[in-house]
Design a binder for this molecule. Structure first.
Ligand code: CP
Ligand code: NVA
Length: 303
């Protein structure tokens, strides 16, 4: 296993399987009231340049529940704001901490952190990827569908960071992934090309959401404007209108399709209230599973 998780391409299929197995076990143990102390004496640092509810909290609670501790580091309150280089910060933090979870804009900055850190660095979302989200989402798929093999997994909406991590997961696991995005908002071409080279499944991009949703076992959507794209919100809302996930779009999907969204959600934009709160939605399980998956990731990387 690599020292860091910067993208899902850092993982082999066996690594995914190890995380799924341990996260499911940890979830079961938590429900039974079994206490875990695997990270006693360890400290995770969290550097977040963008807002977060789920990712930050689930990493922090994960450390507490595993007997360790976490420290939230607001980047603007460190010397980084006065231009202390990343390479210096990374080396200093490595002398105090046992792991770092970072949410920031640039994937290159994250890479630099990882390069100069002696400790594991975990991507907690960048403009390009959200790998831990998709690990916990796949855990949710396994819980609801019994596995991921042979499923038609459909992404509807923006070709964004979360979609890129789905593409990488598809590459490593051989998923059948269809992404329906408006023209001009397709996933990154290089990411797609690299994934297709590695994949033994299929990764298809289309601008037809209705065709993409046909016989889908999983339909996943996300906001139309991600963090940092707020000024594009209005223009995007017009272009993305046909990609709204509602009851009509679900009509030709599999009868027991599950509906996924990483949250936070804009009700009435990318998804209707009815579908989000309806019987096919598994969004709250997704949120819960971030906690169990983050525990598994931290145990494996930090222990
Ligand atoms: N899904 C997710 O990453 O949520 P937060 O932005 O609240 O962490
Ligand atoms: N694509 C969204 C995901 C939020 C968890 C964003 O980057 O804002």
């Amino acid at each position: 296993m690599n020292k860091d998780i910067l993208t899902l391409l850092d993982l082999e299929k066996e690594d995914f399987e190890l995380f799924f197995k341990r996260a499911l076990e940890l979830k079961k143990n938590k429900k039974k009231g079994i206490e875990e102390r695997s990270l006693a004496g360890k400290t995770l640092g969290l550097i977040f340049d963008k807002p977060s509810t789920r990712t930050r909290l689930s990493f922090e609670v994960a450390m507490i529940q595993l007997g360790g501790a976490s420290i939230f580091i607001s980047a603007k309150d460190t010397q980084m704001v006065r231009n202390e280089p990343v390479r210096d910060t990374a080396r200093v933090l490595s002398r105090y901490l046992d792991g770092l979870a970072i949410r920031t804009y640039s994937q290159d900055l994250l890479k630099e952190f990882a390069e100069f850190s002696a400790i594991p660095v975990i991507n907690a979302l960048t403009d390009l990827y959200h790998p831990c989200q998709v690990l916990s989402d796949l855990m949710t798929v396994i819980e609801h569908k019994g596995g991921y093999e042979g499923l038609k997994i459909t992404w509807v909406g923006d070709g964004n960071n979360v979609s890129h991590s789905w593409i990488n997961a598809a590459a490593v696991l051989g998923l059948n992934l269809v992404l329906a995005c408006p023209e001009g908002y397709y996933p990154d071409t290089d990411i797609l090309e690299k994934a297709r080279e590695r994949s033994h499944g299929s990764i298809i991009v289309t601008s037809d959401p209705v065709e993409a949703a046909k016989n889908a076992d999983v339909i996943y959507t996300d906001v139309w404007a991600s963090m940092g794209q707020e000024s594009e919100q209005k223009a995007r809302a017009r272009v993305f209108e046909p990609f709204h996930v509602d009851k009509e779009l679900l009509e030709n999907s599999s009868q027991d399709v599950i509906i996924m969204h990483c949250l936070p959600v804009h009700r009435g934009e990318e998804i209707s209230e009815e579908v989000l709160e309806g019987p096919h939605s598994v969004v709250w399980d997704q949120s819960e599973n971030k906690l169990h998956m983050h525990k598994a990731i931290l145990e494996v990387l930090i222990k």
